[in-house]
Design a protein around this ligand. Structure first.
Ligand code: AMP
Length: 182
């Protein structure tokens, strides 16, 4: 993998070395600089540290994200970046999560964000699309063969560990899921 594709912004050798002086620095580097694929390796190698990092990243996203600018999901809708699309109609789009937490992990979004940065920002005009999203979950779960059950998750805000501010539903299945969640 080319270094340029691993690091979204130019990182000098000095910057990389100076950030790697202890484990916390490595973690913070991974969360703040490295892209999703590197974060997924990190999660496999040190799960508890990665969990803490997810929380840090979610809090940072809540603080720093300009909620009015397009997100990575808008780029997927416009087909500007690739995704494995599993379902699409005129209102919603579903694609495989790049960092799956279960054998089946699908992300379902409204194509037009229309102010729905997160569920807690919804208002009465969103009732139709919210219902459409929930019924689409059932259609996708059937399509994915999740006959023994599945879980639907909406992370909301920093305490919910939301990292992308375009409303989305996680559909997780294909294994026995645990309860309570973390
Ligand atoms: P959340 O943490 O609830 O905001 O979820 C955002 C989800 O989007 C995470 O599970 C990410 O792995 C996923 N994600 C981020 N970028 C992409 C992408 N380019 N393609 C597919 N899934 C993505």
């Amino acid at each position: 993998m080319a270094l340029a594709s691993m690091f979204p912004r130019p990182a000098t050798a000095l910057e990389v070395v100076s950030r790697f002086h202890n484990m916390n620095a490595i973690s913070s580097f991974i969360v703040n600089v490295a892209p999703t694929r590197v974060r997924s390796w990190h999660k496999k190698l040190c799960p508890s540290q990665a969990k803490a990092d997810e929380e840090t990243a979610a809090k940072a996203a809540a603080r720093t994200t300009d909620k009015s600018s397009p997100t990575i999901f808008d780029k997927i809708v416009k087909k500007e970046i690739p995704a494995t699309i599993v379902y699409e109609d005129e209102k919603v789009l579903a694609f495989r999560d790049i960092n799956p937490q279960a054998p089946v992990h699908v992300v379902l979004i409204p194509k037009d964000r229309d102010g729905l940065t997160q569920l807690s920002k919804s208002d009465p005009r969103h009732k139709d699309i919210l219902g459409h999203l929930l019924y689409s979950v059932k259609v996708i779960a059937d399509q994915e063969g999740l006959t023994d059950g599945y879980r639907v998750v909406i992370n909301d805000g920093p305490n919910g560990c939301q990292s992308v501010y375009h409303l989305h539903l996680h559909i997780l299945g294909g294994r026995q899921l645990k309860w309570p969640p973390g």
